[in-house]
Design a protein around this ligand. Structure first.
Ligand code: GLA
Length: 527
């Protein structure tokens, strides 16, 4: 976070071919049923390493690195330009005006000062382009990391105009910050719903989707209202402040020179990001841009970062300077087995099933293949340890069929389930076994009631059909006081849809309008 951030921030066998084919078909099914459902976005964001010195040259170099270093092949696709691209000027008609030198023509025939130049360049590399604004009148350039304070870098009063402009320029992704909204004491749920509608209007006109990234730092509990906000088909919401203030290596000023990432920075973002009841296919808690390989990050901390973000199905937006990544960092970022965990079609967060001693935590993510779980054994202490996994606690019957060590790409013997975890590290595993039978809750006329998550957050699968052609958002309430919304993508014809979800501790109830959506039943896996 920046100097005056306090005011800003309320601060197995090798996964089988069948599995990859299944994942592919699951997504093809969702893609045919909906416009843009998918795993959480993957890509690069300019903020962490370039802050507000971002310009066309930097973005081109980073996009080239992404396209050529193996990340693109691994699925990283967005190149997002964060704060600093726009200095707050508009023309008489209210259109955004940018600095000609910062965003010059790249190809013959282009005009200086036109953001379509950079969007087209990014597209020419087979990547997607992202841009940034603020939900308020002023943006975060009122609290710049370096350089002058700039007012009016927000979109309030211009939502329809700006989001149409972004789409016309060719952008595919927009991150919307909250500095102005926070300063004006706006309601995040209201502003972001208006923005979601402006994005959908723009799409009707241009035919281009803008992926919606909500960034209000968790200040107004976006996990309660984020899923389906304003009818949007897919979105992410930040759950906390910035992992770190940007580390701009080229600035060489005392402020930047003293910034070093610590294990606490990474672990705090993970802890703040856990809202498993709010997350499911298409709607994701955003733990913040990644700082892999940046100043202070060691190999083991890189593993902790990658492992926790992957098992959380969090957005993997890398904020590092991609031209300086070490082979070790790059190999973690492109580890196919970790990415398969990240891209699991249910897109759920993990549940902590055990903490055998303080700081030794077993996190388990339910996956879309029956009997499969990803396991993250996190050692937050500075001593190595041996951990015994109790399969019962993972909702599995008996000893599992197979266990895979993701980092080493090797099978592990499952017989005694004992794993060594080095100090401040994470071991990432995929286990295949047999699920214990679920408890079935049939739907009543307009609700499913009495769903008991007795031991804590509990995995469930909801079976439904939604032939309305649009997302239907259902409220879920729990006696724990937690409530959230479940967004159901459309299904086609008589096809049933299945959404994996995590119910909060307590007794939950889900209600719906039978005219809108057919809810069949819910299977609850009480681990
Ligand atoms: C906030 C956001 C960051 C980044 C900066 C830009 O701090 O949380 O991700 O966008 O603003 O100022």
């Amino acid at each position: 976070m920046k100097g005056n951030e306090a005011s800003k921030m309320p601060k197995r066998s090798k996964p089988s071919r069948r599995y990859f084919v299944f994942v592919r078909f699951f997504w093809l099914f969702l893609a045919s049923a909906t416009a843009c459902f998918g795993a959480a976005p993957m890509g690069w964001n300019s903020w962490n390493s370039f802050a507000n010195i971002v310009n066309s040259q930097i973005v081109q170099e980073q996009a080239e690195a992404l396209a050529s270093n193996g990340m693109k092949e691994a699925g990283y696709e967005y190149v997002v330009i964060d704060e600093g691209w726009w200095l707050g000027a508009r023309d008489a008609a209210g259109n955004i005006v940018v600095n000609h030198k910062q965003w010059p023509a790249i190809q013959p025939g282009q005009k200086d000062g036109d953001m379509s130049n950079i969007a087209a360049y990014i597209h020419s590399l087979g990547l997607k382009a992202g841009i940034y604004t603020d939900a308020g009148r002023d943006g975060c350039s009122m609290y710049p990391d370096s350089g002058p304070k700039l007012p009016n870098t927000g979109s309030e009063g211009h939502y329809d105009q700006d989001f149409l402009q972004f789409s016309n320029w060719g952008f595919d992704y927009v991150k919307v910050d909250w500095c102005g909204g926070d300063k004006e004491r706006r309601s995040g749920a209201v502003q972001y719903a208006q923005i979601a509608r402006a994005i959908q209007k723009a799409k009707k006109i241009t035919g281009r989707n803008l992926y919606f990234s909500i960034c209000e730092w968790g200040s107004q509990n976006p996990w309660f209202w984020g899923p389906g906000v304003g009818g949007i088909e897919s979105t992410i919401w930040r759950t906390g402040g910035d992992i770190i203030p940007p580390v701009v290596e080229s600035l060489h000023d005392p402020e930047h020179d003293k910034r070093v990432i610590t294990a606490d920075n990474v672990l705090q973002s993970f802890d703040a990001g856990l809202h498993p009841e709010a997350q499911h296919t298409g709607y994701y808690n955003d733990l913040d841009m990644m700082v892999m390989g940046m100043r202070g990050m060691t190999n083991s901390l890189d593993r902790v970062h990658m492992g926790l973000w992957a098992i959380s199905s969090a957005p993997l937006m890398v904020g590092s300077d991609l031209t300086r990544l070490s082979p070790a960092t790059l190999s973690l970022l492109t580890n196919r087995e970790a990415l398969a965990i990240h891209n699991d079609p249910y897109g759920l967060q993990p549940i902590k099933v055990d903490e055998p001693s303080p700081g030794i935590q077993i996190w388990v993510k339910p996956m879309a293949i029956a009997g499969r779980r990803a396991i993250g054994i996190l050692n937050r202490t500075d001593a190595s340890t041996q951990v015994k996994i109790n399969w019962e606690k993972l909702g599995l019957k008996g000893t599992p069929k197979s266990l895979r060590d993701v980092w080493n790409g090797a099978n592990v013997k499952t017989a005694n389930g004992t794993v060594s975890v080095p100090a401040l590290d994470v071991v990432l595993l995929v286990v295949d076994g047999d699920d214990k039978s679920p408890e079935e809750y049939p739907a009543n006329r307009d609700s499913i009631t009495g769903m008991k998550a007795t031991h804590g957050p509990t995995f469930a699968i909801l079976h439904y059909a939604n032939t309305s052609g649009h997302v239907v958002v259902l409220p879920v309430k729990s006696t724990s006081g937690l409530f959230t919304a479940l967004a159901l993508p459309p299904t086609v014809g008589s096809e049933a849809g299945a959404i994996g979800l995590i119910l909060p501790h307590g007794t939950a109830e889900l209600s719906f309008e039978p005219e809108q959506v057919e809810i069949r039943n819910l299977d609850l896996y009480a681990w």
